[in-house]
Design a protein. Structure first.
Length: 118
């Protein structure tokens, strides 16, 4: 079972930046994509960004387009989320997600807290 470990969360002032990392315990031949979701208190978990492991196609939520950048390092089994121009509404627990081709269930990380103060 692949495990994900997130890091890089913390407290930052509005307008600041943070870089999240998510590393998988091992690589797999069936990794389809890795990405980030977030969940603010009292709200549902929402999509932030994703990147396909092969080919690198990228998607962003409208709310972060132009401010966040997702990237990957296949050799390190790691995906990054560079977050710039942070806003208080970006405050949430950020979760890493790994999806697979085929029938293998998705893998979620435990989450990392991002707090943006106004």
């Amino acid at each position: 079972q692949v495990q994900l470990v997130e890091s890089g969360g913390g407290l930052v002032q509005a307008g600041g930046s943070l870089r999240l990392s998510c590393t998988a315990s091992r690589g797999t031949f069936t990794t389809l994509s890795m990405g980030w979701f977030r969940q603010a208190p009292g709200k549902e978990r929402e999509f932030v960004a994703s990147i396909f492991w092969s080919g690198g196609a990228i998607s962003y939520a409208d709310s972060v387009e132009g401010r966040f950048t997702i990237s990957k390092d296949n050799a390190k089994n790691t995906v990054y989320l560079q977050m710039n121009s942070l806003k208080p509404e970006d405050t949430a627990v950020y979760f890493c997600l790994l999806t697979y081709s085929g029938l293998t269930p998705n893998t979620w990380g435990p989450g990392t807290q991002v707090t943006v103060s106004s």
